[in-house]
Design a protein around this ligand. Structure first.
Ligand code: Z5A
Length: 208
């Protein structure tokens, strides 16, 4: 009998909603519960492609909007062999931003959303997408925007609108305006259910 695979769990959400905080806590909690789990962050700035993305986000270089879009997408595709291996070995992957960010951010520049989705079609489809919402005034209290490209309130509003268009019926939408521990408890419960439910199911392709 084939052994159980890991679950692909994606956290998306508005800026400063606590995605990274929650992803890290979730990995630790799943491990404590005896599950194999690993954190993956996109963009992965450690690869050659990620290094160009890092320069772009830090305003150190300029690229055509669609060129940087494809680099974000390529940054996910280059991770796929490792992701598939880990999932098949029973490790659940907790992913901090995924293709939905890719589309929501590029489309906020005015590019056609369907065209933006194209380069991510066929990526491993998440078993669970958790989307964190937070009113802009609460986000502003958490930390200053840094100097990175995209860290502007008007642009972030457009991104949030695009996420609404991309949302699918099975997304779990959580209000991030609660304590880190309260939010974590809720996310851990959803993650445990996803791990159990997906263990014997095939990994499906995204947006196909
Ligand atoms: N991007 C793109 O354009 N295309 C793509 O395909 C992808 C990404 C994948 C860099 O992303 C940029 O890349 C991003 C999207 C674009 N641009 N923007 N904007 P990144 O993932 O490297 O960085 P980030 O997404 O901008 O991080 P973030 O959104 O600002 O933060 P977060 O992960 O949601 O939150 P956090 O770091 O966990 O927490 C933020 C602060 O709030 C921190 O001080 C925490 O201690 C605090 N915090 C967290 N939770 C709470 C609660 N519950 N209460 C109070 N305070 C809290």
């Amino acid at each position: 009998m084939a052994s159980a695979r890991g679950a692909l769990i994606v956290l998306e959400g508005v800026d400063h909603s606590g995605k990274t905080t929650q992803c890290m806590k979730l990995v630790e909690a799943l491990k404590k519960h005896g599950q194999k789990a690993e954190l993956i962050r996109f963009p992965d700035r450690t690869t050659a492609i990620g290094s160009v993305i890092n320069d772009y986000l830090g305003n150190k270089c300029e690229l055509h909007d669609f060129a940087i879009h494809l680099l974000f997408s390529a940054n996910r595709w280059e991770a796929v062999p490792r992701m598939e291996k880990l999932l098949s070995e029973g490790t659940s992957l907790i992913v901090d931003r995924y293709a939905f960010s890719g589309v929501a951010f590029t489309a906020a520049k005015g590019l056609d959303m369907r065209r933006c989705q194209h380069s991510d079609i066929g990526l491993p489809r998440p078993d669970l997408v958790i989307y964190l919402t937070l009113p802009p005034e609460e986000a502003a209290k958490r930390s200053e925007y840094g100097g990175e490209r995209y860290e502007q309130t008007d642009f972030q509003k457009k991104v949030a609108e695009n996420f609404k268009v991309l949302q699918e019926d099975d997304w779990k939408i959580l209000n991030a305006n609660q304590t880190i521990e309260e939010l974590h408890t809720h996310i851990l419960q959803l993650a445990k259910e996803a791990v159990t439910k997906s263990s014997c199911q095939p990994i499906l392709p995204l947006w196909k």
